[in-house]
Ligand binder design. Sequence first.
Ligand code: OOB
Length: 549
Amino acid sequence: MTHHTSAGVVPWPQEFAERYRSEGRWKDRTLVDALTEAAARSDRTALVDGQVRIGYPELMDRVEAGAARLLRLGLDPDDRIVVQLPNGWQFVVLLLACFRAGIVPVMAMPAHRAHELTAIAEVAEARALAVPDELKGFDHRALARRVAEEVPTVEHVLVSGGDGDAGLEGLLAPGPVPGAAPVVSPDPGAVALFLLSGGTTGLPKLIARTHRDYEYNVRECARVSGLDGGSVYLAALPASHNFPLACPGLLGALFAGGTVVMLSSPEPARAFAAVAGEGVTMTAVVPAVAQRWLEHAEGSGGASALSSLSVLQVGGSRLPDEIAARVRPALGCTLQQVFGMAEGLINMTRLDDPEEVVTSTQGRPVSDADEVRIVDAFGQDLPDGRAGSILTRGPYTPRGHYRAPEADGRSFVEGWYSSGDIVLRRTDGNLVVQGRDKDLINRAGEKISAEEVESLVYRVADVEMAAAVAMPDPVMGERLCLYVTVREGGHTTLDEVRDTLSAAGLAAFKLPERLEVVDLIPMTKVGKIDKKHLREDISARLASGTSTV
Ligand code: OOB
């Protein structure tokens, strides 16, 4: 028997919940209710994936039938299903079918491997996994089987793209579904999905998002980014990430009655062709991708392919001001900077902001009910213009991680979420992200917990002590550099470390990209590894071209 999802969810205090409801922020409707309203009004294509085009009536039919078949399979409302699918129509329909039935998807990434998937399935006590057959030469079906063997709650593996009988395509075909029980809508206050935290702990943390808080998240983001029924949204970042999913993302486009185009990679040639072919009006990318798009457009004159594009959202990591300034001239669209987090708070520059605000700030909260404080090391509020740690709470920022009371001692302070970002608030209210005091590496928007990597490095035979730090990188923003000390007479290499971590099932994007074998790892006065010193050290080594190996 698995837990009920709600056990382990930290609720909003009653007075806040009542206020959010009476102010009309939280509505009494599920995510599928929001979709149903849009579907009734729209005559647009809802979903495009290559040659596959799905209109709203067909989408609703598939969602209803998919929900009925998930239940007929033996899954119950409130059961968790780990979803590890690439950007394709199956991802969208499965997610909506889960929302319809009250089955709770857990948003894994295609890049995850056994280490991550097992931990995610364990924390969620998942009863099912949904995976592609194979992706980029990797056998996800075998990976899922391995996870299912290790995690006793997992009973079903649903595979997309294969020819097996448990195929996802069959499950998500339009109805009717003989012998199925009627599908009952979940409570709007129930957990709709779990997002993955870009956190700093050794194990992944899950964030429970309810139907009503997530619907509000989508609604406010859609308003601020100008989405409407005529919008064509390109999902080119991995769709299980909060940004392309709900800020306003593909859910925003669907709830507006617009069109969603699913693309499995943001690689410029393919993305530009998709924009031109489908008349895409809006998309979201990370700074590293924005940079590649700029180079592509500035180089081969590909910018004309983007003539339909009106808004380019960029977020996930800090966009350098100089790159921000190139967006409008080179791509001919409005830049919208987005500083958000899976834990809730989303900040955006506004479409009619002066160019200076758009190119040099990360915007301001999307909701006037979002509360933001900037505090010093002692938790004292700082005046505008002074950089400090950002704390936030609000109608779509949950009050804790899922089943993680211990880890939350640091990241939630009396109901305020402390993201670990160092932020300055200007007098005009716009936020500027200046740094970070959390122990992670932000590799082109993909968050890598230093602790998670370090804990596995000790499996390398001769390693004595390990410290993972961010090294600056012109393309990815940051990459992971690993400092190690080795036992006397011992030695190790970058290849050995990477091989060991891969064998441990760690996702490839988390593997160290540089190794520094040193005699001593510097410690602070309180006996912690001095990461600040190491970051300065690697910056200096990169600047002077020196290395220990
Ligand atoms: C987004 O969400 P997560 O959960 O992957 O990561 C959140 C963290 C933030 O705490 C911050 O450290 C960093 O990512 N971040 C940015 C940023 N946007 C996110 N740092 C500097 N500048 C930005 N514009 O990354 C996310 C979620 C929803 C929308 C957009 C991004």
